[in-house]
Design a binder for this molecule. Structure first.
Ligand code: ATR
Length: 273
């Protein structure tokens, strides 16, 4: 029987994960089937259960089910526990192992693909939701000089810092608190771009030579990236590399073989114009 994997979301039709994983499988000589499955909004657990009954071995999980995926897990990894969300599951008998590879995918993209070591850098994450929670620990583990989190609702950022107390030292606040500070890496982990909104970042927040990173992918120059360019930033990136890198982590976790991400990133990259 073919080894089966799938990505679950709602909607899911535009997911790039089946393409990414079939390219990985072809490149590594692994025999598997990877499909996209749309779960009803009120039927995530039942859809996963049916997939497991049919012999499914693993899943990726995307919006809006990442929190439910974590709750289903019998064995959540620290990455999933800290994020309160899972984006990858592995099924083994009665056990459901859960991981959250978004943060490590982001770090691998910034450091390996974009050639920006985070050690000693001043790093700012905009937003304090699930995407930020997944990114905090992998970034903190690279020993940046400073990891700051700015959020429209400052209290949400402060709460996040309390939740990570003892694991990561964070500077948190609203956007206005960033006045007079500069950062080498500025990451947009908000959903503001989805509604074409820009962020109230003070002028001068981008250091000379800064990298502006938009976690969303395939949307071209988002308001955040345009904002960065207008401030003189030359190095802008969207989340296509993060998407492929988190997929590679899941693939290696399931199959024990690490695929080369470069050709897949090249294939999926939409020029930022
Ligand atoms: P995700 O799981 O993708 O992180 P989320 O948990 O809903 O999604 O978080 C969305 C984030 O985007 C939050 O940090 C939110 O800020 P608030 O906590 O103040 O709501 C941020 N966000 C969404 N729209 C925004 C906007 N127009 N301007 C600034 N921040 C915005």
């Amino acid at each position: 029987m073919t080894d089966r994997y799938a990505v679950f979301g709602h909607p899911i039709a535009h997911s790039k994960s089946p393409l990414i994983h079939s390219l990985f499988a072809a490149a590594t000589g692994q025999s598997l089937e990877y499909t996209a499955i749309e779960a009803p909004l009120d039927g995530f657990a039942a859809t996963i259960a049916a997939f497991r009954d049919q012999g499914g071995l693993g899943a990726n999980v995307t919006l809006p089910f990442k929190l439910q995926a974590f709750e289903l897990a019998t064995d959540p990894a620290e990455s999933a526990r800290l994020a309160g969300a899972a984006n990858a599951l592995k099924f083994d008998g009665d056990r459901i192992w859960a991981e959250n590879f978004d943060g490590v995918g982001l770090v691998n993209d910034i450091q390996r693909n974009l050639g920006t070591a985070l050690a000693g850098k001043r790093v700012l994450i905009c937003g304090a939701g699930g995407a930020t929670r997944g990114a905090v620990l992998p970034i903190a583990q690279q020993s940046p000089a400073l990891l700051a989190i700015a959020n429209r609702t400052a209290e949400t950022a402060h709460q996040l810092a309390r939740d990570f107390d003892g694991l990561a030292q964070l500077q948190t606040g609203g956007y206005e608190a960033l006045a007079g500070e500069t950062f080498d890496v500025v990451i947009n982990a908000t959903s503001a771009g989805l509604s074409q909104a820009s962020l109230p970042l003070p002028a001068g927040v981008f250091a000379r030579g800064a990298l502006a990173y938009e976690m969303v992918y395939g949307k071209g120059l988002t308001p955040f990236l345009l904002q960065a360019q207008a401030a003189g930033v030359e190095r802008v990136a969207d989340g296509v590399g993060m998407l492929v890198e988190q997929a590679a982590e899941a693939f290696a976790w399931w199959r024990g073989v690490r695929p080369d991400t470069q050709p897949v990133i090249q294939r999926l990259t939409v020029p930022l114009v």
